[in-house]
Design a protein around this ligand. Structure first.
Ligand code: ATP
Ligand code: LTN
Length: 342
């Protein structure tokens, strides 16, 4: 982090673009819960990122509450960490514009998420989808966050945030004004979970926007739905190997073992020491039982919280106020550095 000497801070965000799933939980929220006790934490619902692709307005509002409720249901404590939605803190948009003038087209041209999401017809993608990673850099740096818990798919965006911070510091001769934020990609205590794959295709990431509903375990799935999806999960006919090396070239098996390990707080090797030689007829029911044990209570709490939107709004409002206090100060400093009259 070069010579930056400011406080250690965490920021992360999730888009209100669909239901929260096991990938979001293991790749992101579970880490949010652990980090709140070590750092000053800001957890955002990134609604401005969500609208880079079409969102039905009524659903967007509902999903914003859903993500906030998921943070709470998983164990983020709003008295400790700030929980808020991005559009309520205008400093994000202000800094994003300035960063649009710092980031280079060549940098954005290399972003793989844009290529994946824009698909073949990139002429019809929104301009927002293209500058999405610049807004993400603003989300992080408007709090001078030093650490960012995310799943592995966000590594490239974090590198871009570091490049933007570095170029800003350099161009304006503002040494160490922004920290160079570090991604926190591994699961808590270094366990897996950074990349959970689809239950229908072990080479595609589990994603909110997957068309096949059996591909994804949602936090709101009940015990029956969880068991059914795991039973239907794609596998191969071989029994499980006794060592992780034996999972090579078996993406579906590797994914299910990885999910088990991440939820049980064990390594893949530990799981295979227990289940090596067994077929999926034994392993799948054991996995289903573990997923139900860990996820169903979160789902129940999520349902309870969603029934109280007034409470959720009060959490978001308080979080936005707290976040604005920090972010407005940074934007003011940035404006002075850039030469705006303040
Ligand atoms: P979308 O399908 O709309 O792109 P998403 O499911 O990828 O959404 P995001 O809102 O983009 O979810 O991501 C929220 C957080 O969850 C990020 O930190 C991301 O890295 C993490 N994440 C998303 N999918 C997975 C996954 N399959 N495994 C691990 N982490 C994931
Ligand atoms: N691009 C992220 C969501 C996101 C984010 C952030 C994550 C937006 N702003 C800031 C970490 C920090 C994604 O998960 N797709």
């Amino acid at each position: 982090m070069s010579g930056y000497e400011g406080p250690m801070r965490v920021l992360s965000g999730i888009q209100p673009s669909g239901g929260m799933h096991l990938g979001n939980y293991l790749g992101a929220i579970r880490k949010f819960v652990e980090l709140q006790h070590e750092y000053d934490c800001f957890y955002c619902v990134v609604d401005m990122h969500a609208i880079t692709v079409w969102q039905d307005p009524a659903k967007l509002r509902e999903q914003t509450f859903h993500i906030a409720a998921s943070y709470l249901a998983a164990g983020v404590d709003p008295k400790i960490a700030a929980i808020f939605h991005q559009s309520a803190v205008r400093a994000h948009a202000e800094l994003a514009w300035i960063f649009n003038c710092v980031a280079r087209l060549g940098w954005l041209d290399r972003m793989t998420q844009f290529k994946d999401k824009a698909g073949k017809d990139k002429e019809r993608a929104s301009v927002g989808l293209y500058t999405y990673p610049v807004l993400q850099a603003a989300d992080i740096l408007v709090y001078k966050a030093t650490h960012v818990p995310v799943g592995e798919d966000q590594k490239q965006h974090l590198e871009l945030s570091r490049d933007i911070a570095g170029k800003f510091n350099h161009d304006f001769k503002a040494d160490d004004f922004f920290p160079l934020p570090e991604p926190l990609i591994k699961g808590p205590k270094g366990q897996g979970g950074a990349r959970i794959m689809s239950l229908r295709d072990g080479t595609a990431k589990m994603s909110k926007s997957d068309v096949s509903e059996n591909a994804c375990i949602f936090l709101k799935d009940d015990a029956d739905a969880i068991a059914r999806k795991i039973k239907k999960a794609k596998t191969d006919p071989e029994p499980l190997p006794s060592e992780p090396k034996g999972l090579e070239g078996r993406p579906e098996a590797a994914n299910l073992v990885g999910i088990y390990a991440a939820l049980a707080g064990k390594s893949d090797a530990d799981v295979l020491a227990e289940f090596g030689g067994q077929g999926f007829g034994v392993f799948k029911p054991a996995l289903a039982e573990l997923v139900v044990e860990k996820i169903a209570p979160i789902g129940a709490e999520l349902n309870r919280l969603e029934a109280d939107p007034a409470y959720l709004k009060s959490v978001l409002d308080a979080g936005a106020e707290r976040a604005s206090t920090v972010a407005d100060k940074v934007v003011r400093e940035v404006k002075e550095i850039v030469g705006f009259v303040v």
